[in-house]
Design a protein around this ligand. Structure first.
Ligand code: ADP
Length: 175
């Protein structure tokens, strides 16, 4: 039975096969969760990102790429680019859903059984937290329904607000 688990804390500390980074399209800069992952993971992660940039010129919104995890307890970092919230007029919902689905697909292709997501786009990209939580839970459930390889999906919140919103959304989705 696969599970969705809501956790409050720092994603860089989590022992999952893969942790997801909320990156930007350049793959080479940012604060928030990006800064935390690169700080804790060390230079090797950035070096791999640079190789990806040289090969394919970064990463598009909604898509995902995978690297090693350097000094982190995880095996891989999956870098996905969330949409900047612009009132919902740029298909932000679909783009955010694709971040979750593409990251889960990459994790599956790399034989991961556990994966941890931060609340993508809810920091400097200003996606409304309630909408983002609903999309996260729906996308993860959708994927888990068609795949039995992933056993645990952790949704990690750094702040109390995202944590309680995610918990309520998860409960609502179970009824
Ligand atoms: P985005 O640009 O996609 O909005 P941010 O990194 O600004 O990305 O924020 C995404 C979410 O990650 C925010 O809710 C932020 O509070 C959270 N966050 C920041 N640092 C960490 C961390 N170390 N672990 C887990 N979540 C984090």
């Amino acid at each position: 039975m696969n599970q969705i688990i809501i956790v409050k804390g720092d994603i860089t500390k989590l022992e999952a096969d893969a942790i997801v980074n909320a990156a930007n399209t350049s793959l080479l800069g940012g604060g928030g969760v990006y800064g935390a992952i690169h700080r804790a993971g060390g230079k090797e992660i950035l070096d791999e990102c640079k190789k990806i940039v040289a090969r394919q010129g970064g990463c598009k919104v909604g898509e995902a790429v995978i690297t090693i995890a350097g000094n982190l307890p995880a095996k891989f970092v999956i870098h996905t680019v969330g949409p900047v919230w612009n009132g919902g007029v740029n298909n932000e919902n679909e783009k955010l859903e694709r971040c979750y689905l593409n990251s889960l697909q990459l994790a599956t292709e790399n034989k991961c059984k556990t994966i941890a997501f931060p609340s993508i786009s809810t920091g400097v990209y200003r996606f409304p937290k309630d909408k983002a939580a609903k999309i996260a839970i729906t996308a993860v459930r959708k994927f888990l329904n068609i795949s039995d390889q992933i056993e645990k999906v952790f949704l990690i919140s750094f702040d109390e607000e995202n944590y309680s919103i995610l918990q309520s959304e998860l409960e609502a989705s179970e009824t």
